[in-house]
Design a protein around this ligand. Structure first.
Ligand code: UGA
Length: 456
């Protein structure tokens, strides 16, 4: 339609909101990023990006300079500025169980709605339990001024950390959960530039228009599927370990079947991050509430397989170091262990629910002297785990180590020269927790190598 470009706000400028704000300004929209955290907003307004995300710094700086991107801590300003308001706040796991904490969503909707003065669309992007959109709609109706028309829609996001800008600008699909024609039209208008970009690149962005509940479920279903895929291959790794088979060959072979696909089949120390672990738990909690708990019972197993992988690293370490595992776990006193990695995956400084950091913590509990090195995540890791030492370089971490454990698949580790690394280490023993090294070259350089789900 010929409708003018709607002005957009992104409420909550964490990972999701700051990336979206910068990317949609880049697409040509007038954008306001809003957050109640004054320090965070001051940083963003100065072009400083609080997270490590490839490409984001540049997008922020360019669009701040152009004036298309602004930041504020005021709901009033956001309400006055925007036609379409995207809710991008977090929904962390509650301290009292597996369910999602919706208090930030409530704060944003009740903070914004009273200030709205013209027709507005509130769009949920956060990952939420099914049913949340209806509740947001009720909240919005209750808190908005009587004379103002406010509509609600749900449009989940699927961005991956490390590829966040790319995933926002070039999504595999967009999902619009709507109840009214006006909401649907506004959402199309708010994404028009995204579709135009696709057209210039000879792509198409599939649009799924559906109801609230389906839109909410698409997101958690997608993450549950991904988590299941990883736990499936990690379960196969356990069977491979018991039978002498090789899970990397197995994954490669089943992955050639296009129905299975070769992605997300890397066995290792399990999935982590701020999304997959908490999302499968919140999904189970919600399913239970609505009487569908049985349908998701398998996700409990998915979670168990996932956390079991961390113990496997300890068992391999005990084996390599030739130390018995007593009832209180192994005792590695006097052993210096280099842990390479801390981020939950490469190309991010995020350590939320990081399996690698959990391994470092477990190793520290064995009385070993643990030295962790991560190219980006040291600062965040230090805040989470203080019972280990942190090295400034890979060289410093490896110096004199009797065992090396790779727990994040950073390129720096994959590219390392096994012979040179061997010169630094006291003993050439290595556990490749993410099966990311070229094991033949490490073995050729004299290393006692152990991977996950394989007999080497
Ligand atoms: C995940 C989803 O992939 C995104 O689509 C989704 O939008 C996002 O959560 C979210 O809900 O916001 P992300 O948490 O950035 O994205 O990380 P992934 O790339 O999915 O990796 C998750 C974990 O799985 C990492 O710890 C990674 O090392 C692990 N993983 C991944 C494996 O162990 N094996 C694999 O084959 C793939």
């Amino acid at each position: 339609s010929g409708a003018p470009k709607p002005r957009l706000t992104f409420l909550g400028t964490g990972y999701l909101g700051s990336t979206y704000a910068a990317c949609f300004a880049e697409l040509g929209y007038e954008v306001l990023g809003m957050d109640v955290d004054e320090a965070k907003i001051a940083k963003l307004a100065a072009g400083e990006n609080p997270i490590h995300e490839p490409g984001l710094d540049e997008l922020l700086k360019r669009n701040l300079a152009s004036g298309r991107l602004r930041f504020s801590t005021s709901y009033e300003e956001a309400a006055e500025f925007g036609d379409v308001h995207f809710v991008c706040v977090g929904t962390p796991q509650r301290a009292d169980g597996m369910a999602a904490d919706l208090s930030y969503i409530e704060a944003v909707v009740t903070g914004l709605a009273p200030h709205l003065r013209r027709p507005a669309l509130i769009v949920g992007k956060s990952t939420v339990p099914v049913g949340t959109a209806n509740w947001v709609e009720e909240l919005a109706q209750k808190y908005k001024p009587d004379a103002v028309d406010v509509h609600v829609a749900w449009s989940p996001e699927f961005l991956r950390e490390g590829f966040a800008c790319e995933d926002v600008l070039r999504p595999d699909r967009v999902v619009f959960g709507v109840k009214t024609d006006w909401a649907r039209q506004m959402l199309y208008a708010a994404h028009k530039a995204l579709f135009e970009l696709a057209a210039t690149e000879d792509r198409e962005v599939p649009v799924v228009v559906t109801d609230f509940a389906t839109a909410e479920l698409v997101k958690v279903a997608a993450n549950a599927f991904l988590a299941t895929k990883i736990s499936f291959i990690n379960a196969m790794a356990e069977v491979c370990e018991a039978s002498g088979a090789d899970v990397t060959m197995l994954a490669k072979s089943i992955g050639y079947d296009a129905r299975i696909g070769n992605k997300f089949l890397r066995a290792g120390i399990g999935f982590g991050g701020g999304c997959l672990p908490k999302d499968i738990r919140a999904f189970q909690a919600r399913a239970q509430e609505i009487g569908a708990g049985e349908a998701l019972r398998f996700l409990h197993e998915v979670d168990l397989v996932n956390t079991r992988r961390r113990n496997r690293v300890l068992a391999l370490a005990a084996d390599l170091l030739d130390r018995p595992i007593g009832p209180a776990g192994p005792d590695f006193s006097g052993v210096r262990i280099a842990v390479l990695g801390a981020a939950f995956k490469p190309n991010t400084d995020d350590v939320r629910d990081s399996p690698g950091l959990a391994v470092a913590k477990a190793l520290a509990k064995t009385n070993a002297e643990v030295v962790v090195y991560d190219p980006e995540a040291t600062e965040n890791a230090r805040r989470e785990l203080s019972t280990v030492a942190y090295a400034k370089s890979m060289t410093e971490a490896l110096q004199g180590s009797a065992l090396t454990c790779v727990v994040t698949a950073w390129d720096e580790f994959r590219r390392a020269d096994p012979a040179a690394v061997g010169e630094l280490a006291a003993e050439r023993r290595i556990i490749d927790g993410m099966n990311c090294l070229d094991h033949a070259s490490w073995i050729a350089a004299g290393w006692d190598y152990r991977g996950m789900g394989r007999s080497v």
